[in-house]
Design a protein around this ligand. Structure first.
Ligand code: ZN
Length: 151
């Protein structure tokens, strides 16, 4: 399907509830014709394939996947027992979710720490605190004093 028709279909999808979407798309005869040429067991699936150029309808093992909806597209061709693609996908998703979760929480906690410091002391690093500077100075002064090198 050409770019213009695709963006027109996207507009319909944005605008209308999935329940009534088909009714409006079918009224657009040029668009309807292009969609009818696409593969799919339902009109919604045809629309999805028209949008994605059939990219996602076949799994990595060559099986036809199950269609879910125009917004969700396809899920696996079968259960994890039937096809390995589902198993691959499930384990990939799980590790991706874990990874992004941990990355996000790490980022968040470090940002939170930073902003708390900034709120409280107007610095983003505890080493920059005046109190810390004082402590450091006192520490080195004491060290020098114990060695008898006080000026
Ligand atoms: Zn599969």
């Amino acid at each position: 399907m050409n770019h213009e028709l695709k963006s027109r279909l996207e507009d319909y999808i944005d605008e209308y509830d999935p329940k009534v979407l088909t009714r409006y798309v079918k009224k657009d005869s040029e668009l309807d014709e292009a969609i009818q040429e696409c593969e799919g067991r339902t009109y919604s699936e045809k629309m999805y394939n028209a949008l994605t150029d059939h990219e996602h309808s076949i799994c990595e093992r060559g099986n036809l996947k199950k269609y879910v909806s125009i917004t969700k597209g396809y899920k696996f061709c079968g259960s994890t027992g039937k096809c390995e693609c589902a198993r691959d996908q499930v384990s990939k998703k799980t590790s991706e979710t874990k990874q992004s979760l941990s990355e996000e929480s790490i980022k968040k906690s470090s940002e939170k720490r930073k902003s708390t410091m900034v709120d409280r002391y107007q610095v983003d690093n505890p080493g920059k605190l005046p109190k810390a500077k004082e402590n450091r100075k006192a520490f080195y002064d004491a060290k020098r004093a114990s060695k008898g090198t006080t000026p």
